[in-house]
Design a protein around this ligand. Structure first.
Ligand code: ADP
Ligand code: MG
Length: 236
């Protein structure tokens, strides 16, 4: 309707996709469970950011998304909160592997994502761990063995652990490629492709990127199924 159009125009949102649901312009309209809304309120956030407003309803429909938006636009909660909903609905046993998998280019970013997942997932009793290189594997393997709902990983370390056969991705139902352009710039494409081969084809895949060059388009075309494309701001 008109309000969707004016919201999108005001926030420079452009969408490529069919039957896209209207944005959630307030937290209340998301229908998120109260324990999640409580965490968002206590963080003091006034309203969803444009990428959240437009990604959440699409993600909650179970559709694949490519979101192109600059740093600082709130992408982390944009994919984490629908991931939480996935977890609440799933009957997976975390000891058999994670249900949500987030790939991130660096240890620093992976740690920030984990911190956000822990903060906003605390009252939902969601567990999250981080797997990255340059640190001993022992504690990371122990976390995996203990059972974890969400794994945030750099592609190199996750691939090492997969080759050791110390993690199963057979339960992953919600896969996020965060900062996809940066992961490709860092040369992680072969690892990403190996990892995705271990994830069931029946899954939801979300890709977040700041830029949209042809290498990113190619991997999106290979790994996502009929994604809705959400652009925030001016994209080349
Ligand atoms: P991006 O991944 O797009 O770079 P982040 O997810 O790291 O952005 O979010 C940037 C900052 O904005 C973080 O400090 C985050 O906690 C905060 N933030 C997230 N959502 C909101 C919101 N709806 N309102 C205000 N701040 C938010
Ligand atoms: Mg980010």
């Amino acid at each position: 309707g008109l309000s969707t159009e004016s919201y999108c125009r005001r926030h420079e949102i452009t969408i490529v996709g069919d039957n896209v649901p209207p944005p959630y312009t307030s937290f209340e309209s998301t229908g998120f469970p109260s324990e999640i809304l409580r965490e968002v309120q206590s963080a003091g956030f006034p309203s969803p950011t444009p990428i959240q407003a437009q990604s959440w309803p699409i993600a909650l429909q179970g559709r694949d998304i490519v979101a192109i938006a600059k740093t600082g636009s709130g992408k982390t909660l944009g994919y984490l909160l629908p991931g939480f909903i996935h977890l609440k609905r799933s009957r997976n046993n975390p000891q058999l592997g994670p249900t949500v998998l987030v790939l991130s280019p660096t240890r620093e970013l992976a740690t920030q994502i984990q911190a956000e997942a822990v903060k906003f997932g605390k009252s939902s009793r969601i567990s999250c761990t981080c797997l990255y290189g340059g640190a001993p594997k022992g504690p990371q393997l122990r976390d995996i063995d203990r059972g974890i709902d969400i794994v945030v990983a750099t592609p190199g370390r996750l691939n090492d652990i997969l080759e050791m056969r110390r993690i199963s991705l057979q339960q992953v139902a919600y896969l996020v490629l965060d900062e996809a352009d940066r992961m490709l710039d860092m040369g992680f494409e072969p690892q990403i492709r190996k990892i995705v081969k271990e994830v069931p084809a029946r899954r939801q895949t979300l890709m977040f990127t700041a830029t949209w060059p042809k290498e990113v388009r190619k991997i999106a075309a290979d790994l996502l199924v009929n994604p809705v494309q959400v652009n925030i701001g001016n994209v080349d």
